[in-house]
Design a protein around this ligand. Structure first.
Ligand code: PGA
Length: 249
């Protein structure tokens, strides 16, 4: 049985006072752990606050991106080693907003994935198709291409300590969730793709679903055979909603 993981992607939201309240509520409810795991992904400046408040609790924390480089003249970038110093366990890699708004190609995402793995972090690799791609019937081709670029760069060994998140772009922040069956189909496809290289690893790989997960739809999504939790955007900013989703897991 794979453990479920509920990961809150705060995106560019937060503030010291507001974070304190939100984290306090999470610590009270799930800080001692339970049947599923939880993690929060805060903006870089708040990593110290997350570390300070969450260390010693069952709630993990991480960043929303990282540089593919280890160090050097890369103004504005943050390395894996820096994230490790702030206690990060995970880092999100290849979120669709990074791909579409900041021009991250499959190759860039693969390089970031590798930087995370080499730096001792667990990457959460996001894969997902746009609405146009789904309507053209090329969902598997797109997801397969995104996945293969990382496999080629990191090898199957690179996935030994990784998490995958399927996030259909058309479902992110739109209130339009994939149906449990639509999500399950893609999750099974991704697991199958990994199984070609390593069936044992594929069986234990956590594959999260992301895209308008809410307290109302979480249980049904998480009930599908290949859905091992969620990457939660909007609902992760409201303690009550995030905790209800954790409870569903
Ligand atoms: P959403 O975002 O839950 O607000 O749709 C998910 C994500 O982008 O990770």
């Amino acid at each position: 049985m794979r453990r479920k993981l509920v990961a809150g992607n705060w995106k560019m939201h937060g503030g010291l006072a507001r974070n304190r309240d939100l984290l306090q509520s999470l610590i009270q409810a799930v800080g001692k752990g339970g049947k599923s795991d939880s993690a929060v992904f805060v903006p870089y400046p708040y990593l110290a606050q997350a570390q300070d408040m969450l260390k010693g609790t069952a709630i993990a924390w991480g960043a929303q991106s990282l540089s593919e480089h280890a160090q050097g003249a890369y103004t504005g970038e943050v390395s894996a080693a820096m994230l490790v110093e702030f206690g990060c366990r995970y880092v999100i890699v290849g979120h669709s907003e990074r791909r579409s708004l900041y021009g991250e190609s499959n190759e860039t995402v693969a390089a970031k994935f590798l930087a995370a793995v080499n730096g001792g972090l667990t990457p959460i690799l996001c894969l997902g198709e746009t609405l146009a791609q789904r309507e053209q019937g090329v969902t598997e081709e797109v997801i397969g291409g995104q996945f293969d670029a990382v496999l080629q760069a990191a090898g199957v060994g690179g996935f030994a300590n990784a998490v995958i998140a399927y996030e259909p772009v058309w479902a992110i922040g739109t209130g339009r969730t994939a149906t449990p069956q639509q999500a399950q189909d893609v999750h099974a496809f991704i697991r199958g793709r990994l199984a070609v290289s390593d069936p044992v690893l594929a069986e234990r790989m956590q594959i999260l679903y992301g895209g308008s997960v809410k307290p109302q739809n979480a249980a049904e999504l998480f009930g599908m055979a290949d859905i091992d939790g969620g990457l939660i955007g909007g609902a992760s900013l409201v303690a009550q909603d995030f905790l209800a989703i954790c409870a569903a897991a």
